[in-house]
Design a protein around this ligand. Structure first.
Ligand SMILES: Cc1cc2nc3c(=O)[nH]c(=O)nc-3n(C[C@H](O)[C@H](O)[C@H](O)COP(=O)(O)O)c2cc1C
Length: 359
């Protein structure tokens, strides 16, 4: 499958860090669907972690059903990064990642994240320090470069390999591109060549199993990392793994499966954050699922204003009633799984366009 240093993953599919979205509640909900080899936390400030701030502790929170987990750290100073990496490996991290691609100014202005793309010696020193401090494998998540005139990913990958990095995740866009346009497969291929033999994981714009298969075939990458595609369609890991192994995509989830997924996500949030915060958080999270729910405007509008768990449960009960009515109607008219599931009938088409419009 895919090996990152001493850690062998069950599949070659990774869940991307998406700050505020791919949190513990989401990870616990998506993992049981299958196909996911490794999940990443949001980027974590090592100084905050060493001070045990509430925010940092929340970001690195994990539990036994959340393995294997990679904790992503950002920064530019070796000492706090190395100390934080040691703490993480003792508290549930199977792998540590160094963020070398975040374009946010509050991170680059302190020479961390994507600023490291412009200072390869500093990136290498940081990688060496974290690798030396860790007994678990260390990966680096990079972008192609700052802009088209500064494509550094292949030379950076070659240098990180020498520094002892166990794998490189490359988001196939430059910092200036942000999240727009398709991932640049040819450039990811150059990183694969430069990093050999350490595994390179391609990332960017994967919205269906075919996208993942194309990225692997065209770049030679060892695996792929999926972010926004998995928020829209949590079954994407299951489907992509099946497609890569057998060439066949499983039957799409039914509306009832999708509602059950939402319920589990909501329940995890309540359990982890308490009712009030769970409702506030879910109002925003639900927006990723609503697109697949068809024409159920009462639920769609209602979920944006929930304040208590009961508000959510009442809305879901109504949604289930209306789904069951539709199912019975469809069965009555002899269309079996037809119209309801037809909402999601899986075609191996490219991304539906949302990839570029988010984030
Ligand atoms: C809202 C948002 C938050 C993100 N947070 C992080 C992060 O914390 N660390 C990181 O390395 N990348 C982060 N990313 C980038 C993603 O991990 C990923 O590289 C990018 O979204 C491209 O993959 P995708 O097209 O599959 O989403 C974030 C992206 C978005 C849209």
């Amino acid at each position: 499958m895919l090996r990152l240093g001493s850690v062998e993953l069950a599949t070659r599919l990774l869940l991307a860090p998406i700050a505020r979205y791919c949190d513990l509640a989401f990870r616990l909900t998506i993992r049981p669907l299958g196909g996911l080899g490794l999940a990443y936390t949001d980027l974590v400030n090592p100084r905050g972690l060493l001070r045990r701030t509430a925010k940092s502790m929340e970001l690195v929170r994990t539990e036994s059903g959340d393995q294997p987990l990679c904790v992503q750290l950002y920064g530019s100073e070796v000492r706090p990064m190395a100390d934080a990496a040691r703490w993480c490996q003792d508290h549930g991290a199977a792998i540590i990642d160094i963020n070398m691609g975040c374009p946010a100014e509050k991170i680059t202005c302190r020479a961390g994240g994507a600023a490291l793309l412009r200072d390869i010696p500093a990136a290498v020193r940081l990688a060496e320090g974290v690798v030396r401090a860790s007994r678990v494998p260390v990966t680096a998540k990079i972008r192609l470069g700052w802009n088209d005139g500064e494509i550094v990913a292949p030379s950076l990958a070659a240098a990180l390999k020498e520094a002892g990095i166990a794998g490189i995740i490359v988001h196939g866009r430059t910092v200036e591109q942000q999240f727009a346009g398709p991932a640049r497969l040819e450039e990811i291929g150059h990183v694969v060549t430069a990093a050999g033999p350490i595994p390179v994981i391609g990332n960017g714009g994967i919205g269906c199993p075919r996208d993942a298969a194309d990225m692997i075939r065209q770049t030679g990458c060892a695996g792929v990392m999926i972010g926004r595609g998995a928020l829209r369609d949590p079954w994407l890991f299951r489907d992509t793994h099946a497609f890569l192994v057998t060439g066949v995509v499983p039957e799409p989830p039914t509306m009832v499966d999708r509602i059950a997924f939402m319920n589990r996500h909501f329940d995890h949030l309540v359990h982890l954050k308490g009712e009030r915060l769970a409702c506030i958080t879910f109002r925003q999270r639900a927006s990723w699922y609503i697109g697949k729910l068809g024409d159920h405007s009462t639920f769609k509008h209602g979920v944006r204003t929930i304040v208590r768990a009961d508000d959510y449960r009442r809305l879901v009960a109504k949604l289930m009633e209306s789904v069951q009515c539709m199912t019975e109607e469809n069965n009555h008219h002899g269309t079996a799984r037809g119209r309801i599931d037809g909402l999601d009938k899986r075609s191996l088409r490219p991304d539906d366009g949302l990839a570029a419009s988010r984030g």
